[in-house]
Write a protein of this length. Sequence first.
Lengths: 122, 537
Amino acid sequence: MGNEALSAEVDLSHVDYPAVQQSPEFQELRKTHRSFVFPVLAACLVWYFAYVLLAVYAVDFMSTRVFGSVNVAMVLGLAQVVTTFAVTMWYVHYANKRLDPQSEKIRTEIESGDFETEKAVR
Amino acid sequence: MFAFEAATSSPGNPWLNIGIFGAFVAVTMVIVFRASRNNKTAADYYAAGRSFTGGQNGSAIAGDYLSAASFLGIVGAIALNGYDGFLYSIGFLVAWLVALLLVAELLRNTGKFTMADVLSFRLKQRPVRIAAATTTLVVCFFYLLAQMAGAGGLVSLLLGVGDQVGQAVVITVVGALMILYVLVGGMKGTTWVQIIKAVLLIAGAGVMTVWVLALNGFDFSALLDKAVAVAENPAILDPGLKYGVSEVSKIDFMSLGLALVLGTAALPHVLMRFYTVPTAKEARKSVVWAIWLIGIFYVFTLVLGYGAAALVGPAVIAGAPGGPNSAAPLLAFALGGPLLLGLISAIAFATILAVVAGLTITAAASFAHDIYASVVKKGKPEPGAEVKVARRTVVIIGVVAIIGGIGANGQNVAFLVALAFAVAASANLPTIVYSLFWKGFTTKGALWSMYGGLISAIVLIIFSPVVSGSETSMLKTEAIDFAIFPLSNPGIVSIPLAFLLGWIVSVMDKTVESPEKQAEMEVRSLTGLGAEKAVSH
């Protein structure tokens, strides 16, 4: 669970942030975060704009009936909802498994003064 | 089929509507009073002591986000314009992925009360704070106007108050109630109002959805056939009825789509909600809850929109007082008579009330925290002074909203909301993204991006067909025409422009922003180190 367990205010004035930023642990966390959110968000936006472009410029295709009176446009619209839900759950899973342990480790180590970089804590 | 009598009178029973709404106000008032006993510090007043859970905050976000424009506007748009109305729903929902993946947790970790806290974290405090507070106030103002204008239109239908003076009185009552909620309850009270409203709205829409489907033997295709038969137009099932008419309208739609999908993660009143939870992890949970609730609700709008077309009929809706906004209430009447109409009307009012309250507290917090405490008092206000200023600002904003709402009564609500989204996406989003993810971003770049985005969006709106040039424009006449910009939404121009300005100016800027501050911001944003804690009482 996040950082609510920490009760007492920790003095952070001694933390050398540039050194923490340069540390391999933090660089790894940064990479873990960015390598997920950037490509996934880019893919979602491309998929969304593909849908918008189809709705505007491929009306005949979107009007094709799939079953009964339900057409491609409605199926794709609901598919947008489904992918939004799916990406949400995927990110939560990824964050719980990959991001939280890394960030929690760095945070607790700095707060307890054990963070090991050359001079992260002076 | 239901035949409605004279279009000027309410189809339901106005006193029943008022009674149900009164009951909602009474119940929420009691809850607000009980919840607000601990409002002492600024963290209590602006951020509810950061004590809400992810689930509670997620419901409140849904309550904040599903405004009257979403409920009344989208259902009406689908009933009249068919599939094109549903495109709004999709844009409003997909937009949440930007908030979830890029903004929510990092913002919770680095800020305190307002959006400006984050934007000015590693840049020069004063100018960036003033710019961020300005864009916050402008976005909140447009959003407020839209909600208050919507209140006027709704009233004419629900309470049978047709004349301008009567509607002005109702707008004043809604505004006064909102001031009371926010003054007494602060963020905690506002949050509870939003939670209650979200539950009622989603439950109400859910019941109506199941009801509509049940009437058609749970066969969605049969419902569509019926809608086509009543509308006498098979094109309502296909995209393009509204936005496919010309090349300009097609580009206009893409502009709207861009503003919708990028605006959400830059709306100040949505961002501020992330500070009401104790940790970044709870902020993440709030967004997940919000996405589920909002997504399910928008699926309902598809059924409700075609349901209104099938059971009420586009012609009746277009002719009713309140126009397209009356589709959802009229559908409620067709389904469950005066009682369901009364319930749905009360929910619609509650919707306006809750959203307006959320906007007001955001604007007040931004003024008191960013302008008064940080700029005027240079970060050292006397104890208690900041909250006092915030409370006074609430009253002023409330009065301005009432006057603006009376003035904007009858204006196109969807236009004002889309404008708020476009302004937010242009003025705020580039700076939020750059300051969180790009080391080379500078103060000058932030100022150019924010003011450039804000001014270009507003100037393009002024010279757009929405303001002048036609009977349906704000000026309501063809005689005055200075609509030299063809699109009604500026997003496709102003959003890329703001991103470009922020990038070019930062690259050309020779000043170097503090690398220590940048390091601190990045470390804190990803690890939650030193993040503001929950207040314990």
